[in-house]
Design a protein. Sequence first.
Length: 48
Amino acid sequence: MTSLDALKQKILLNPEAKAEYEALLKAEQEKLKVNGSKLMDKSIGAQG
């Protein structure tokens, strides 16, 4: 999970990485519907 946190830090500094992050997040959501939804909720909460 450390790599995920590192990626989030890069996103904060690099807007272009946000699109890639969201694409990866959607891919994970397809694999892990339940876990993916929880990650999305956490991401939305962090951004909001």
